[in-house]
Ligand binder design. Structure first.
Ligand code: 3PG
Length: 306
């Protein structure tokens, strides 16, 4: 049987080596398709594979149609909005993610980008500090929990609005529970987004929430680009010239944002949150183990299309 690692944005080589070791020890062959630029390359590469490891690569019905033997797709990471789950179910394919495995890397990027921002991009002028600032976390999954842990170490006051999590779990992490998004945006110096992209969250952060933010507030987005209503954000930031937007995901309206916001807009050229050797190893090896256990024993613990 054969596993394909198809990563438009490659893992660190050490992670690929680890995946190969796990797969080959279990008697599985491994093929690698990295940095592909043509969809045709992906369609050709899946033709004879039983299992697939991907990152943010788009896996839709067309890819599944091109993969007659494919039984299991593992998204080496948290968010699985890049995979068409109903198409996978219709094709009798199991989809899994590897929750939490790259969370610390994303959390460290949040803090790194924040320090860079409040120190005015290290331009020699006097900036500010995170100590004593209020941080609001939108949702409280694995990334947000890591951000909270680091933020506490920096002396920040952390709160979260996360209706899907138990208030007890949030409180146990030393984080204040907030009852609404409105309250979270209104009362924090920094709001960091950790919501997945779903039909409900898409374009859910826009004009009203951004416009309501505290003086000199910063909005951080390491979640998904499409949870932002970009027109609303730009309109709010035109009226509130004290606000800053920091994102791991270059905006669709990138040129306009650069022109309008200048250095109030910080972006990574390519999604960087999970781009550490450690995160690649954690998520990649977890993906390989999950595939081996699924193909061997039918284990489907992290299946997301149940
Ligand atoms: C995730 O959902 O795990 C993160 O957004 C990381 O995505 P990536 O593997 O494409 O970097």
């Amino acid at each position: 049987m054969k596993i394909l690692i198809a990563t438009e944005k490659p893992f660190a080589p050490v992670a690929v080596k680890g995946i190969k070791e796990i797969a080959e020890t279990a008697g599985l062959e491994v093929a690698l398709l990295e940095k592909y630029t043509e969809r045709a390359a992906l369609l050709a590469a899946v033709a004879d594979v039983d299992a697939l490891i991907v990152r943010s690569d788009i896996i839709d019905a067309e890819v599944m149609d091109a993969a007659p033997k494919l039984r299991v797709i593992v998204r080496a990471g948290a968010g699985f909005d890049n995979i068409d789950l109903s198409a996978a179910t219709a094709h009798n394919m199991v989809v899994m993610n590897t929750p939490g495995q790259n969370a610390n890397a994303v959390a460290e990027l949040v803090v790194g980008m924040l320090i860079y921002t409040i120190r005015n991009h290290y331009d020699g002028t006097s900036g500010t500090e995170l100590k004593g600032k209020k941080l609001g976390l939108m949702a409280f999954g694995a990334v947000a929990q890591n951000v909270a842990r680091i933020a506490h170490g920096l002396g920040m006051e952390v709160s979260s609005f996360s209706p899907l999590d138990s208030p007890q779990m949030i409180t146990n992490a030393g984080v204040h529970v907030v009852d609404s998004r409105e309250e979270l945006f209104l009362n924090n110096d920094i709001v960091s987004l950790h919501i997945p992209s779903t039909p409900t969250t898409k374009r859910s952060i826009g004009y009203d929430l951004v416009k309501s933010m505290k003086q000199n507030a910063i909005l951080v987005n390491t979640a998904r680009k499409d949870v932002i209503d970009e027109e609303g954000l730009l309109r709010a930031m035109a009226e509130r010239t004290d606000l800053r937007y920091v994102t791991d995901l270059k905006m669709d309206n990138h040129e306009e944002a650069v022109k309008q916001l200048g250095n109030r807009y910080f972006f990574t050229p390519k999604k960087m949150g999970a781009q550490t050797a450690e995160a690649n190893i954690n998520a990649g090896l977890a993906a390989a183990k999950q595939i081996v256990e699924f193909l061997r024993d039918g284990v489907n613990t992290y299946q997301v299309n149940k």
